[in-house]
Design a protein around this ligand. Structure first.
Ligand code: UDP
Ligand code: MG
Length: 335
């Protein structure tokens, strides 16, 4: 693959636009943000390209906004996007990418130091070789329970099966570098239901994995407990009204399951003790089973219809409370 790639020419350094933007979505990360920034900056400075850091405050309930404002006061390379409420990571990330000023490439990284900033030079090196997307691939999942590892592995396997043409790389999060043209392609996708890993994969372009070791969270807590993950996948009953449709899915599943057991029981009973009312057991089993399957498929149709409903509203993906762009991109200007 690498033979078709032309190495990128040396970049002209002009102060107006940074070459690199680092996009960091953060929700309740006041404990870790100062440490994150302190670890990120020397790594970025060592790369030697003008850069900015775009912090997105995703409606944090703690002092994250204050910490970001303080960072920006100290470091003019900090850009701040404050969302009007919590929109969830996928949308916060999109907001940050929308506000990234870089004309060369963007890096997406979590604020909690689970994605080590020290990997960024490797991503940049891959990009300099001519790849449009360099995605960090986890070698180890330290500090995560076997249940999380197992559910993640199962998830990737299922996605691999049903993903079809679009190849979803396993053990890959949002931590990656994208060239400006790959980013522009990604930003053209404005759907409300943003499954970022899927969108990244859909965009395509020459991509390469960069292996790294994922660290446990530095401070604070993960917001992805199972309840939240569950809720996230159900898309929130109160915010959107597709919720009641889901009831049909589960009702149908339960009925179909119950009918199957009931049917088996009826069949066994008939074989053993005969059939007092002719045709009754088979009729009952078939009626119940079909009813269940119909409800379930209606529920699935409802899921899709609900998504179509949400897309037709054409709402903006997020609301920005305030945007403070970075002021200096040249590292010599800072401090
Ligand atoms: N995050 C966000 N909005 C949310 C939840 C999370 O911006 O509603 C950010 C969070 O601050 C962190 C990143 O997304 O920078 C990943 O979140 P987390 O560490 O909770 O997820 P995990 O690493 O467990 O997948
Ligand atoms: Mg994390």
């Amino acid at each position: 693959m690498s033979t078709q790639l032309a190495a990128r020419p040396a970049l002209p350094v002009h102060a107006a636009r940074p070459a690199l933007s680092v996009v960091v979505p953060a929700f309740d990360e006041e404990a870790v943000l100062p440490a994150f920034h302190a670890r990120l900056v020397p790594v970025m400075e060592a790369i030697g390209l003008p850069f900015e850091v775009v912090y997105v405050n995703d409606g944090s309930r703690d002092g994250t906004l204050g910490v970001m404002l303080a960072l920006r006061a100290q470091d003019p390379r900090v850009s701040l996007v404050n969302l009007s409420r919590n929109f969830g990571k996928e949308i916060a990330l999109t907001a940050g990418l929308d506000h990234a000023a870089a004309d060369q490439a963007v890096v997406v990284i979590d604020a909690d130091l689970q994605d080590p900033p020290e990997v960024i030079p490797d991503l940049v090196a891959a990009w300099r070789q001519g790849y449009d997307v360099a995605y960090a691939r986890r070698r180890a999942r330290e500090g995560e329970t076997w249940l999380k590892k197992a559910t993640a592995a199962g998830f990737y396997r299922v996605m691999q099966r049903i993903g079809g043409k679009v190849d979803l790389p396993a053990d890959t999060g949002d931590f990656r570098l994208m060239s400006r043209r790959a980013l522009d392609a990604l930003l053209a996708l404005r759907e409300q239901h943003r499954f970022m890993k899927g969108l990244f994969a859909w965009v395509g372009f020459p991509s390469i994995p960069v292996p790294y070791d994922r660290a446990p969270r530095a401070a604070g807590e993960t917001k992805w407990n199972y309840w939240r993950l569950w809720n996230l996948s159900l898309e929130g009953i109160t915010a959107f009204t597709v919720g009641p449709l889901k009831v049909a899915t589960y009702l149908g599943l339960a009925t179909a399951f119950g009918a199957a057991i009931y049917g088996i029981q009826l069949i066994i009973r008939t074989i053993l003790w005969g059939n007092p009312v002719a045709g009754y057991p088979s009729l009952m089993a078939v009626v119940l089973f079909l009813g269940g399957v119909q409800l379930m498929t209606l529920g699935i149709i409802g899921e899709y219809l609900g998504r179509v409903f949400n897309e037709t509203k054409r709402r903006p993906l997020y609301i920005v409370e305030r945007h403070l762009p970075s002021e200096a991109t040249d590292q010599r200007q800072a401090r």
